[in-house]
Design a protein around this ligand. Structure first.
Ligand code: LLP
Length: 472
């Protein structure tokens, strides 16, 4: 999504008509190490292998399409984020991908968990995740959600509105419990990302505005609330962000707010959560910073700003989601048809249709997100051809990979793999066209384990009240 370009006529043969950032590969079988999970290799036989299994072996066991999660890579990234941000609280943003097994991996690697719905909270609790290490988000948390969070002892509730403060005051009194809260603030930062996933500019639904003064008012109200413990503030500036500039401004503004609160009440709040949003590589053009680089950059920014405000450095938190599960996941599809279409002026475009689409990855349609793909079930000696990988849905915008080079001899039955598919693919998947959602499997040491099973038509028919049980 960092590269937005108008879809124009592209000559299927000429490199010059590929989008500027896309370089024609000299070896169409090569893997860009920045894009693929650690254990992904291309075997001498030509097959792509993940976690010690070729994609052909995986698909033989799971069917196609399938999301494949590299367990060692996922855990390794989680641990790296925790180690890089030593002394910080690192919350895994479960909206990026959650199931019970992933919640256990996160617990085992020593991270905390950000949940933002009744569903995510329930999965995490059922997985046995320690509620004290969870933070609950949401701009419209239901009463049932708040009750569950309060009675199960969720560690932090990130408060988003005055209505919610009122609801919390009533519920804590009724239940005889206390709530530890962070106030979600909007810093006015315009993150350089797609509008729909930038969250800290003023004209959007989240949080309390710092500039209008409503954030300080909310903080003072919570501070004086008998059963609310105001612990600190929370800022999330957006997603798929590559540099620390936005965080620098957000940190300055949030620390200034903490200083104002201290002036108003004499109290220094102990916590500052800077949210998530750290970008990953979806194409060879993306070069994200490492967690260590980010930790160094953010720590320096916070230390510098705290000195300027004469404050002690608060306890800091971050909430990476995509940066942990995104690169660990690969989507594998089977080609059903290929066609080359004349797009006018003697230009062609090659379409490769696969057995998935916008129902299992809405991100290209929703955010103009760019992805990459390779021929995965075999290698090829054919020349690279600029291609567009599309799905099976009844919609022209059903694009999975807008521009990528694939070998000229891709044919029906071939497997195509799309890297960096672990985040926000399954978690945002739909049943559009009554399409059952693919399974998520983990692979490790040559073994496949099911994380989330494949949905079946029976699962979908069971929801349809107009179909009698005996007709399903
Ligand atoms: N913390 C908060 C409060 C958030 O709202 C989010 C993402 C995160 C952490 C994690 O962000 P991450 O590190 O995963 O980028 N569905 C979109 C992105 C919107 C995510 C919304 N919140 C996507 O597919 O790119």
């Amino acid at each position: 999504m960092t590269h937005m370009h108008v879809a124009g006529s592209l000559h299927a043969d000429a490199v010059s008509v590929a989008p500027q950032w896309l370089v024609k590969p000299t070896d169409v079988n090569a893997l860009d190490r920045n894009l693929w999970s650690d254990s992904t290799t291309r075997r001498e036989s030509g097959e792509l292998a993940i976690g010690g299994l070729s994609v052909n072996e995986i698909v033989a066991q799971t069917g196609s399409p399938v999301y494949v999660m590299d367990e060692v890579d996922f855990r390794g990234r989680a641990l790296t984020w925790r180690r890089a941000f030593e002394g910080w609280h690192v919350y895994y943003a479960s909206k990026s991908f959650l199931c019970a097994t992933v919640a256990r991996w996160i617990a085992e690697e020593g991270l905390s968990l950000d949940v933002s719905s009744m569903g995510e909270l329930t999965v995490a609790l059922r997985a046995g995740f320690d509620p004290a290490r969870m933070a609950l988000h949401g701009n419209n948390k239901s009463e049932a959600e708040l009750r569950l969070a309060l009675t199960s002892g969720v560690g932090r509730i990130v408060v988003d509105s005055s209505d919610e403060i009122g609801r919390l005051e009533r519920l804590t009194a009724e239940l005889g419990v206390r709530a530890q809260v962070l106030i979600r603030v909007t810093t006015g930062v315009e993150a350089h990302t797609h509008e729909y996933i930038a969250t800290a500019h003023e004209d959007q639904k989240f949080g309390f505005s710092i500039s209008s003064g409503s954030a300080l008012v909310a903080m003072v109200r919570c501070y004086h609330s008998p059963q609310i413990d105001l612990v600190g503030i929370h800022s999330h500036i957006g997603s798929q962000i590559f540099d620390t500039n936005g965080f620098e401004v957000a940190t300055r503004r949030t620390l200034k707010l903490l200083a104002q609160f201290r002036e108003a009440t004499g109290v220094a709040l102990p916590e500052l959560d800077l949210g998530g949003g750290f970008g990953i590589a979806y194409t060879s053009d993306d070069s994200p910073s490492t967690p260590y680089e980010l930790a160094k950059g953010l720590s320096e920014i916070v230390a510098h700003e705290c000195r300027a405000f004469g404050m002690d450095v608060p306890t800091l938190s971050i909430e990476p989601g995509r940066a942990i599960c995104g690169p660990a996941g690969t989507a594998v599809y089977t080609v059903g048809t290929t066609k080359t279409v004349e797009v006018g002026g003697g230009y062609n475009r090659r379409y490769i249709s696969v057995d998935g689409g916008m129902s299992d990855n809405i991100r290209p349609a929703l955010y103009a997100a760019e992805y990459s793909a390779v021929l995965a079930g075999r290698s090829s000696t054919a020349r690279p051809v600029l291609s567009r990988v599309v799905g099976l849905h009844c919609e022209g915008g059903d694009i999975l990979v807008r521009d990528t080079f694939l070998p000229d001899d891709v044919r029906p039955g071939d497997l195509i793999a799309v890297p960096a598919s672990g985040a926000y693919s399954r978690s945002m998947a739909s049943n559009y066209n009554h399409t059952p959602r693919p399974p998520v499997v983990s692979v490790k040491d040559g073994k496949v384990s099911t994380l989330v099973r494949r949905e079946t038509l029976d699962d979908l028919l069971a929801l349809d009240a107009g179909i009698a049980e005996e007709d399903r």
